[in-house]
Design a protein around this ligand. Sequence first.
Ligand SMILES: *Cc1c(COP(=O)(O)O)cnc(C)c1O
Length: 365
Amino acid sequence: MKDVIKRNILLNPGPVTTSNTVKESLIVPDICHREQEFLNITQNIRNQLKSIVHAGEDYETILFTGSGTAVMDACINSVVPHDKKIAIINNGAYGLRMIQIAKCYQIPYIEISSPDNQNLDISKIEVVLEKHKDISCLAMVHHETTTGLINPLIEVGSLAKQHHCTYIVDAVSSFAGIPINIYKANIDFLFASSNKCLHGMPGIAFTICQVEKLHQTKDIQRSYYLNLFSQYQFVASTGAMRFTPAIQVIYALQKAIDEFFIEGEDNRYLRYLKNSHLLKQGLKKLGFKFYLHASCESPFMQTVHLPQNLGLSFNDIHDQLYAKGFTIYPGKTTGANTFRIANIGEIFEDDILDFLNQLELIIKK
Ligand SMILES: *Cc1c(COP(=O)(O)O)cnc(C)c1O
């Protein structure tokens, strides 16, 4: 099959370039999701996902079929008690999305906003938590994919703990890419998806939950489908997922997780970091400038200014690169004309060098 699947180089921040072996894992004999053979796979995946963030017996993984936003929705709507508030840190589009979800369910929230290109000021969060004693949950995005900004996971986690807040973390674009220890960061609910640093196919989202905290949510039901406790309880009593999951995507996810463990947590992170440096050096040489200061930037994603004197729009550059098999991503910054380049997925040094060559040809034409 290798020879028939074209290899595209996806430099957008997910979905990613997958391995041929992951692609091939999608083709399996038809199977019903209530068969033991399939239950064993989902059980195994749930344990493996926990172990990626070093979680033990006191955590449970809950799987959903859907994209990352489905499980973001599930976490926000399932965890905040009816008489409490959630504080949400907003320094990019994904923080904002959590606010929109809270609004949608009419969950009282306090927004803690911070510029999308500056390190988060922890003291600002502290002031809010001190002031509003009815806040019971604190939510933050770890790696803000809007710009590539990294938020201080551990520091904010200890603040949440000090204030007896349930800590909800969007790790969609950092899970399996940046090493995370769920205990060190004091995370109660972490969520992510199959198609970013895990290198799986899109379609599965999951949350890793502190079991005691999860049990405390059993009477909260704002959504029928996207409810954490209902999904957890169904799996706990039957072994099967509550509703028909994306079966083939789960087979591919199993393969992707196996490949993650073969590469190793640190090696994957270091490969990303090395390729990111290579990319950045090359872009600098071509005259590009970066949106974020090096002190808060991602180990695998750059927000790059589009120089005005180039005489090329993002779409011009995108379309020419796309024709050569490379995908870049538009920017999401307000007030600056930027685009984004990520190097997660099955991307290697040669791919980065090929990309830089193509980009040079386009801008020097
Ligand atoms: C990708 C992403 C999501 C989820 O987006 P989907 O399009 O629903 O998969 C959520 N948060 C962050 C930080 C992300 O990068």
